[in-house]
Design a protein around this ligand. Structure first.
Ligand code: FNR
Length: 361
C-alpha cells in the first residue's frame, strides 16, 4: 500500500499494541472479551495451537499463490472480515471504513446488521465483495425487506447468525457497565430466539440469494443446513462470545467438513490472528477464514490503512508458511500437512503474540 504504516507496523503485535493504546478500557474489553469464564474463547486458540505442521521439502515454491475465489469472486487471501456489531466503537466510519480497507486490500467483507452506518451507506463507500449478516429482529417482512435491500445494494449473500438465540453474559462488559450502542436501541430479540429450521426453509423458498448460516458447531447441524439447501456453512462460536464451554472451532471443523461432504462451501472463524492459523484452517478443509478481532484491531490501530496493513502482514505470514510447508497454492493444502501437538502457550485473548506485553490484556 506504500503508506508509512509499513515502517510503523512491521509485525501484527505492533498493531495490537497500538489498538490497545487507542481504545478506552470499556471498548478494549468489549473487543477481546468472551462469555462467562471465556473458556470457549481460549479453546479457539487452544485448538489452533494444538496443531503442528508436517512440512515437505525440495518442492518448487518459487511462485507462491495465496489467492482464492469464493462465490465466484477473486480474493487476494482466503479471508473474510467477520461481521462486527457496533464496529463504529473501534473506528470512525464503522462498517464503511472496514469496506474501504477490504476493497483496497482485496478481501471480502461481511457487514453486521447491527452497526453504523448501515448497509446502504457501506455499499456506496467502496466497491467491495460484500456479504450481509442479519440478526432477525422482526417478522418475515422484516427479513424480506433486509434481503431485498442487501441484494439491491450488491451484497453477494445473506448470512443468518444462528448461535445467538439468546444474548450471552459477557462479564467484562457487565463488570464495566459497558453498554454498546446497538444493544440499547435493539429491540425484537424474541424473533432471533424463535428462529428454527422452518425459517431457513422459508428463506430458501422466498429468495434466490446465497444463504450462509453462521454459528454451526456440530456435524448434525451442518448436515441439516445442507439438507435445507444452505449454500455456505459458517463454523463459528462467535469468537467465544456466546455459549461458554464450547469447543474450539478448529476442533469442530473436521466433523463439519465430513458432514457437508462438498455440498456447501465452508467458512470458519475463531481465534484466527496469524497466517499459520489461516493455513491450518484451510488444511482442515475450510474454504474461507473469518477474522473478527484482528479486523477490529487493525481498524483501532490506524483506521482503514491500519486494517490494510494488518491484512498485508497476515498475507506475508501466509506466504512464509506456504513456502516452508512446500505448498505453492492453497488448493494443495490438506490434512497431511497437520499433526496433533501439545500447545506451548497458555491460551488467552492475545496469546498469539508472545512479544506483546499488555497489562492484563
Ligand atoms: C462479533 N461477532 C459478531 N457476529 C455476528 O454474526 N454478528 C455481529 O454483529 C457480531 N458482532 C461482534 C462484535 C465484536 C466486537 C466481536 C469481536 C465479534 C462475532 C464475529 O463475527 C466472529 O464470529 C468472531 O469475532 C470470530 O472470532 P475472532 O476472530 O474474533 O477470534
Amino acid at each position: 500500500m506504500g503508506s508509512n504504516l509499513e515502517e510503523r507496523f512491521q509485525t501484527l503485535h505492533e498493531i495490537v499494541r497500538a489498538a490497545r493504546a487507542n481504545l478506552a478500557p470499556g471498548a478494549w474489553d468489549y473487543l477481546v472479551g468472551g462469555a462467562e469464564t471465556e473458556t470457549t474463547l481460549k479453546r479457539n486458540r487452544l485448538a489452533l495451537d494444538s496443531l503442528a505442521f508436517r512440512p515437505r521439502v525440495l518442492r518448487d515454491v518459487s511462485r507462491l499463490d495465496c489467492t482464492t475465489t469464493f462465490l465466484g469472486r477473486p480474493l487476494r487471501i482466503p479471508v473474510v472480515l467477520a461481521p462486527i456489531g457496533s464496529i463504529e466503537t473501534f473506528t470512525e466510519g464503522g462498517g464503511a471504513t472496514a469496506a474501504r480497507a477490504a476493497a483496497e486490500f482485496g478481501v471480502a467483507q461481511m457487514l453486521s446488521s447491527v452497526c453504523a452506518p448501515g448497509l446502504e451507506a457501506v455499499a456506496t463507500a467502496a466497491d467491495t465483495f460484500r456479504l450481509f449478516q442479519l440478526y432477525v429482529r422482526g417478522d418475515d417482512a422484516f427479513v424480506d425487506d433486509h434481503v431485498r435491500r442487501a441484494v439491491d445494494h450488491g451484497y453477494a449473500a445473506v448470512c443468518l447468525t444462528v448461535d445467538t438465540a439468546v444474548y450471552s453474559r459477557r462479564e467484562r462488559d457487565l463488570a464495566r457497565r459497558f453498554v454498546k450502542p446497538w444493544r440499547v436501541r435493539a429491540t425484537g430479540h424474541d424473533f432471533q430466539a424463535a428462529l428454527s429450521w422452518d425459517q431457513v426453509k422459508r428463506f430458501k423458498d422466498a429468495h434466490d440469494v446465497p444463504l450462509i448460516l453462521k454459528g454451526i458447531a456440530t456435524a448434525e447441524d451442518a448436515a441439516l443446513a445442507c439438507a435445507h439447501g444452505v449454500d455456505v456453512v459458517y463454523v463459528s462460536n462467535h469468537g467465544g462470545r456466546q455459549l461458554d464451554h464450547g469447543r474450539g472451532t478448529l476442533d469442530v471443523l473436521p466433523e463439519v467438513v465430513a458432514a457437508v461432504a462438498g455440498r456447501a462451501r465452508i467458512i470458519v472463524d475463531g481465534g484466527v490472528l496469524r497466517g499459520t492459523d489461516v493455513v491450518k484452517a484451510l488444511a482442515r478443509g475450510a474454504d474461507l477464514v473469518g477474522v473478527g478481532r484482528l479486523e477490529c484491531l487493525g481498524l483501532a490501530a490506524a483506521g482503514a490503512p491500519g486494517l490494510v496493513r494488518a491484512l498485508e502482514l497476515l498475507e506475508a505470514e501466509i506466504r512464509v508458511c506456504l513456502g516452508l510447508l512446500g505448498v505453492d497454492r492453497l488448493g494443495a493444502l490438506d490434512t497431511s500437512y497437520l499433526h496433533a501437538a501439545p500447545p506451548v502457550t497458555p491460551p488467552h485473548a492475545t496469546s498469539a503474540f508472545p512479544l506483546l506485553d499488555l497489562d492484563g490484556y
